[in-house]
Design a protein around this ligand. Sequence first.
Ligand SMILES: Cc1cc2nc3c(=O)[nH]c(=O)nc-3n(C[C@H](O)[C@H](O)[C@H](O)COP(=O)(O)OP(=O)(O)OC[C@H]3O[C@@H](n4cnc5c(N)ncnc54)[C@H](O)[C@@H]3O)c2cc1C
Length: 303
Amino acid sequence: MTNSKNIYEELSKITKVYLDEDMSKHTSIKIGGTADYYINIENIDNLKEILKISKKYNIPINVIGNGSNILIKDNGIRGIVLKINLEDVKINELNEQIQVTVGAGKKVIQLAIELQKKSIQGLEFASGIPGTIGGAVKMNAGAYGKEFKDVILNTTYMDYDGNIKTISNKEHEFEYRKTIFMNKKAIILETTLNLTKGNAEEIKEKMNEYIEKRKKSQPIDKPNAGSTFKRGKDFITAELIDKCGLKGKNVGDAKVSDKHAGFIINDGKATANDVLKLVDIVKKEVYEKFDKEIELEVEILGE
Ligand SMILES: Cc1cc2nc3c(=O)[nH]c(=O)nc-3n(C[C@H](O)[C@H](O)[C@H](O)COP(=O)(O)OP(=O)(O)OC[C@H]3O[C@@H](n4cnc5c(N)ncnc54)[C@H](O)[C@@H]3O)c2cc1C
């Protein structure tokens, strides 16, 4: 008790701390228990100080962006949740080549719109991905045949000891929805994208085309966390789920979307437990019918 009072007091000297924050407010699927300490990160100095306190008291650190690829369990998150809000954008024009350095908290959709207005092309593929740059870098987010790995020049992060490091594209060890950040205690601060000069109208057309495709195929009117499962190496997971007749299958208010079998939606008051039970049912049925093991794309946090 004394410890948690000290922790709160020390953290509060740095910035505003929210105690027992309801994490369902911070996830796109609108599910999640409470986080012990929830902190918005607006600058790097505060981040460094907070990391020192986490080390002093041995409190776990969890990082979130826009919460669009995570499922937080019903008993919540012990320790500190850092919501990264660094949003600066710096543009460096080198003739046709344009380097855009962007803060990890910047929303990908917002960045895509700003770049389109400046006739900078290359991020159209991501214009409907509802995450932040930090989340997109860590996940190697992608759509319509492209991934962040195709546009990243380098990324700067802070390790949990407060050291700042920059890694090149190659050092991200990009794979499908996988990067080195999966195994790193690191907070992504900013990334530099390698883009080019383009035509604003053409960029807008492409973005609109992708957004229309999403509207038609994804249940964007219901809370969800994107594709629940990863694509298989030699199969499309959503197709197998559909062939199992699982569209509309539910546990409580967690439901396999009728529109896209790869998405589990929160159709009301679903709990993380409901979602996880449904995930197990889906995995089991796909395995029994097709002998394929399917893997979660959504990351589970908390307890
Ligand atoms: C409707 C919908 C459609 C989607 N479509 C796509 C799609 O087309 N393609 C695709 O790839 N994904 C898609 N997603 C999933 C999701 O939007 C992406 O994975 C996105 O990149 C996650 O970003 P985020 O900021 O929301 O990250 P979060 O969900 O908050 O976090 C995801 C992971 O990144 C980590 N993280 C976040 N920020 C940082 C940081 N600054 N430093 C270190 N770690 C960090 C978190 O700890 C967590 O491990 C979709 C989701 C939804 C809801």
